[in-house]
Design a protein around this ligand. Structure first.
Ligand code: SAM
Length: 276
């Protein structure tokens, strides 16, 4: 019989956030698969635990994942941990869970610290409907496509970002959603210098073009006003078609995507673009 893969969250800053169930699960597992064993060994020392560990990180998801799966299928129980937060949320744990699910190996998620939920809760932005967008791609084209797809998004949007890319990301977000769009910058959550700055994308972008960001950030961006209150015009559609064409899309594909994103008639937009 297969063992179980336990997804074990670890603190995103404050060691006090370790629950009794988290400790028990680590204690009872046969081995731990860790993103970085040097980080995890510090946590285990803090808890007074000793456990065999293997590494499982984004550079060895193939053979590393298979090795973990083999042991699970041989009946061992594994606790999967990352450097911080909930495994499988914007980290390679996602692939290991999918592998287990595909072959029927049981997976059990232990609730605990997670940066996105903590940020959303404290952000002051609407929490009823939200979308988690993770990290934006580094690649310019993919990044632009991701942001364009969010242009009319009405739900609160949550982004992860590394400090050295924060200024560029805020600039891109301000460009796509407009400088007046409210954003909550949730920094160093659960840590000594925890801070939530509720501002606009324009102001945040201007600040971080001049000041170096320190620490870890989650960005919680207010969604767009409901479509009825700010309807897109044919001119908006033509401008978007023009930009998408610049990114290499054919006229037909650019019109199709722009019409869908802005809620415009595809035929009308196509005629207008052709007649330009
Ligand atoms: N799986 C983890 C989770 O969901 O909690 C997140 C892993 S992801 C690789 C790391 C990102 O989470 C960071 O770049 C940052 O955006 C966010 N993060 C982690 N800890 C944080 C903290 N204490 N304060 C703010 N953001 C944090």
């Amino acid at each position: 019989m297969s063992g179980t893969l336990y997804l074990v969250p670890t603190p995103i800053g404050n060691l006090g956030d370790i629950s009794r169930r988290i400790v028990e699960t680590l204690e009872q597992a046969d081995f731990i698969a860790a993103e970085d064993t040097r980080v995890t060994v510090k946590l285990l020392n803090h808890l007074g635990l000793k456990k065999p560990m293997v590494t499982y990180h984004r550079h060895n998801t193939g053979w590393g994942g298979q090795a973990v799966l083999d042991r699970l299928q041989a009946g061992e129980n594994c606790a999967l941990v990352t450097d911080a937060g909930t495994p499988a949320i914007s980290d390679p744990g996602e692939e290991l869970v999918a592998r287990c699910a595909a072959v029927g190996v049981p997976v059990c998620a232990i609730p605990g610290p997670c940066a996105l939920v903590t940020a959303l809760a404290v952000s002051g932005q609407p929490t009823g409907r939200f979308t988690f967008e993770g990290f934006l791609a580094m690649n310019k084209k993919n990044r632009r496509a991701h942001l364009d797809a969010l242009r009319g998004e009405e739900r609160t949007m949550i982004f992860y970002e590394a400090p050295h890319k924060l200024a560029a990301t805020l600039r891109d977000l301000a460009e796509v959603f407009g400088p007046d769009r409210p954003v909550s910058l949730c920094r160093e959550l659960t840590k000594l210098h925890e801070e939530v700055r509720r501002t606009t994308l324009g102001q945040a972008s201007a600040w971080y073009q001049e000041n170096d960001p320190k620490g870890e950030f989650v960005l919680v961006v207010r969604g767009a006003e409901p479509a009825g209150e700010a309807e897109a015009t044919l001119e908006d559609g033509l401008a978007l078609v023009d930009r998408l064409r610049g990114e290499g899309l054919s006229l037909r594909d650019a019109v199709k995507r722009a019409a869908k994103e802005l809620g415009l008639s595809r035929n009308q937009l196509y005629d207008a673009a052709v007649n330009l």
